[in-house]
Design a protein around this ligand. Structure first.
Ligand code: UD1
Ligand code: UDP
Length: 440
């Protein structure tokens, strides 16, 4: 079997590293293709070094550009490599343009696509990431979904549960592994000292780069107005290049940089960033990955967005959406500082993203599909004997797996009263309403 991983940005490198490691640990043939969307050393190369994974086999150097141009260049480059390498499956991760380009090219070449971190939905079609997720999910073969909630999003859109694997999120694998590496190397103190931020109390780690925040002046101004008043915090802001450019364009960079309690620094490596996050009183962010890492590291998160495709972090109690609303930002930062019970509740929120064995379950599932010939994409010959869609109220003790084998059926959705549940094989259906496909 040959697995091709396509990645292009900082978070994809971080979240695919545990899978790349796992594939190589098992001696499976693999190639890694970097689209070159992120190209600064501190947005790309640093992570291959820090995460101890080999440099990519291919880099197609697409660089920055409009969505159409960037995606088109990626598609051309990816097609050339896939024609040459002929992998059995292409893995894409998350919701960047690499995911869109990789999934489209591979699926049209009849190569199976495995979407890592599938099923997330913000329900906000103004986000480029939402479009990328929906299109990639539409053409994928295997779906590695972090939580039941993301699996249910896909079931509600009509995807078959047979191809959904609830794996947790590889970000937990990455956090655990790299905190351990950092601990062994004894670099905690060193990392924080390198940041040169003086006082280590009340650290607020800030990251933001989302188009819907940084490209809109009014939003940036509101956020900066809040930051100005947070003089009790030691704000550390590893700035994304996109954000640096737009702050400079809006004439706001110097104003923010001149605030004594705000330390704007270049993006930092993963080991250092984990130390910084772990040492923080809270994070203020619009990053997807950081919302997940914060709950993994027991650090309260305030998210600079009005929606999130990571709602589990909010319902678990570790994350609050503050948008770009100055009053909300100030209110919740002050509550975290002054109300110990409130802060502890946020810190102790259960992590919905698993135990850190996500890479292992992902590669297990891929090996199983390969061994059973399920990665072969072929035209169906026998559409006339397909399924009839039905609905039933179940009034007996029977599990999903037993019902399916008894009825020669495939269950789609299970409703426990108003609540939708994921039809795991061992779920007892007694008292539940189900929808299913039955072979006639
Ligand atoms: C991209 C992803 C976003 C992800 C983010 C992770 C898409 C549509 N967006 O957003 O989902 O959360 O990466 O960080 O795929 N730039 C540099 N050097 C670099 C990279 C970028 O200077 O190495 C600057 C360029 O001016 C560029 C701008 O940042 O135009 C934006 O970069 P781009 O890759 O288009 O989008 P991101 O905002 O990074
Ligand atoms: N990160 C990092 N150094 C930094 C800022 C972020 O290593 O200076 C890591 C962070 O730990 C997280 C990832 O980058 O894993 C998030 O990337 P980003 O916010 O760019 O993208 P998103 O997750 O929003 O797609």
């Amino acid at each position: 079997m040959k697995i091709a991983t396509i990645l292009g940005t900082r978070p994809e490198i971080i979240k695919m590293a545990p899978i790349i490691d796992e594939i190589s640990r098992r001696g499976i043939d693999q190639i890694v293709l970097h689209t070159g969307q992120h190209y600064d050393k501190e947005m790309s190369e640093t992570f291959f070094d820090d995460l101890e994974i080999p440099a990519p086999d291919y880099n197609i150097h697409v660089g920055s550009g409009t969505h159409a141009k960037q995606t088109a260049l990626m598609m051309e480059g990816i097609e050339e490599v896939l024609l040459e390498e002929k992998p059995d499956i292409v893995l894409v991760q998350g919701d960047t343009n690499a995911v869109l380009a990789g999934a489209l090219v591979a699926s049209k070449m009849h190569i199976a696509v495995g979407h890592v971190e599938a099923g997330l939905r913000s329900f906000d079609m103004t986000m480029p990431e939402e479009i990328n997720r929906i299109v990639a999910d539409g053409v994928s073969t295997m779906y590695f979904v972090p939580t039941q909630e993301s699996a249910i999003n896909l079931l509600a859109e009509g995807f078959s549960r047979k191809n959904l694997f609830i794996t947790g999120n590889t970000v937990v694998d990455a956090c655990h592994r790299h905190l351990e590496i950092a601990r062994k190397r004894g670099i905690q103190e060193e990392s924080l000292a390198r940041l040169d931020i003086g006082n280590m109390d009340n650290i607020l780690t800030l990251t933001m780069h989302r188009a819907e925040n940084v490209d809109i002046r009014e939003r940036v101004v509101n956020i900066i107005d809040a930051l100005k008043e947070l003089t009790q915090m030691n704000i550390v802001f590893p700035i994304h290049p996109r954000t640096k450019n737009t702050l400079e364009k809006f004439g706001l960079f110097d104003e923010l940089n001149n605030l004594e309690h705000v330390h704007i620094i270049k993006p930092i490596g993963y080991l250092d960033f984990l130390q910084l996050t772990s040492a923080s009183t809270l994070v203020l962010t619009d990053s997807g990955g950081l919302q997940e890492e914060a709950i993994t590291l027991d650090v309260p998160a305030l998210t600079l967005r009005y929606n999130t495709e990571r709602p589990e972090t909010v319902t678990a109690g570790g994350n609050i959406l503050v948008g770009s609303n100055k009053d909300a930002i100030l209110k919740y930062v002050n509550m975290i500082l002054s109300d110990k019970e409130f802060a502890d509740r946020m810190r102790n929120a259960p992590n919905p993203y698993g135990m850190g064995d996500s890479a292992k379950s992902t590669v297990d599932a891929i090996e199983d599909y390969y061994d059973n010939g399920l990665l072969d994409i072929e035209a169906p010959e026998d559409i006339m004997s397909s399924f009839t869609r039905k609905m039933a109220m179940i009034e007996e003790d029977i599990t999903v797996a037993d019902f399916e084998s008894k009825e020669d059926a495939l269950i789609h959705m299970v409703f426990d009263g108003e609540k939708m549940c994921f039809p795991a094989d061992d779920l007892n259906l007694n008292g539940m309403m189900i929808t299913y496909d039955k072979r006639e």
